[in-house]
Design a protein around this ligand. Sequence first.
Ligand SMILES: Cc1ncc(COP(=O)(O)O)c(C=O)c1O
Length: 395
Amino acid sequence: MSIHTHQPSSDTSSQDPLLVWRKEFPILEHTTYMISHSLGPMPLRAQTALQEFTNTWAMRGIRAWEEGWWKMPVTCGDLIGSIIGAPKGRVVIHQNVSICQSIVTSCFDWNGSRNKLVSDGLNFPSNGYIYHGLTRQGAEIVSVASPDGMTVPLERILEAIDEKTQLVSISHVAFRSSYLQDLGAITARAHEVGAYIVADLYQSAGIVPLDVSALNLDFATGGSVKWLLGGPGAGYLYVRADLDLKLCPGATGWAAHIHPFEFVDGPIEYAPDIRRFLNGTPNVPAMYSARSGYEIVNEIGVAVIRAKSQRQTQRLIALADEAGLKVRSPRDPAARGGAIILDIANGLEVTAELDRRNILVDFRPGAGIRIAPHFYTSDDEIAHTIHELHSIINR
Ligand SMILES: Cc1ncc(COP(=O)(O)O)c(C=O)c1O
């Protein structure tokens, strides 16, 4: 095969303006970072932001709550909102997707005649654990199986959604295969039968352009550490504005109260806006550590990121084909997210050897080795990754 060896990435920076961002990510100086589908590289700005957190805590003390900390779940949420097409004030930050999904499912009664939850077979397992827990309340869980471990046929999802369906849950981009689901068609079908839809955007936001408003989604969840380049402990929840007064999440807390600082006993009187989906004290340092990544993605723009991602993932596939490696992601760039999955024997060991060679990717059982360029990736790094992978396998 004719794969080139690694060259300094600055070689190509004149043709690729996005490579100027490399200096914002210290780890790129010595590591080929192909793992933003799992944990993005830390931006330098995050260090400054965390310093700002400790300075504020040290110098402003408890005043910090009213000077910004208390509102951060919503102000930080707005930075995500502009990435996913949500209007201002429609996204709140929680600790993680699992909490956000629990809040969504707690909005519904599961013991009536509309007790069905339809999920796609490539959904993240954590979401499934939450859904199966609902069977104790009477829910019927229907998971639409993937016939090939890579895709879930749209027609099968549409068929599974019926008048008994309360909630449809779809992973926009599947973490195992990078398969991109047709959220528009699924949302239309859910609404046709009077069901709600929650989309997990963790593997799409920041790498695939999307617009929760245009899609007319009811809920969306996601997190910060992947394509959004944020620190851990900051997941997000979007809820469509007209649903506020209809929904009363059972998983709640005092931050969701209309007047939290009146400390009223008894049942909660919910805030009339997105705050009704909050619970207790927010994870402030996590939001400081995540915010910079959202800002950077906003500055570059997801459409620009997507164009480069599609070009580079196509190149990855071409080089993998040339090297005789088996691709387990859709070949049509419009049908996949930002990672490419390669089905490779001894994937764990190969991943560990790549790590020793300063190339970071990961391995998922039942899927394969996941490789993800992002806007900071040079074309040389694409070739270098496949070259080293090939050399390890042939060793
Ligand atoms: C699509 C998807 N959803 C959810 C999760 C888990 O989210 P959290 O750890 O924030 O609950 C992940 C990965 O970690 C994921 O890839």
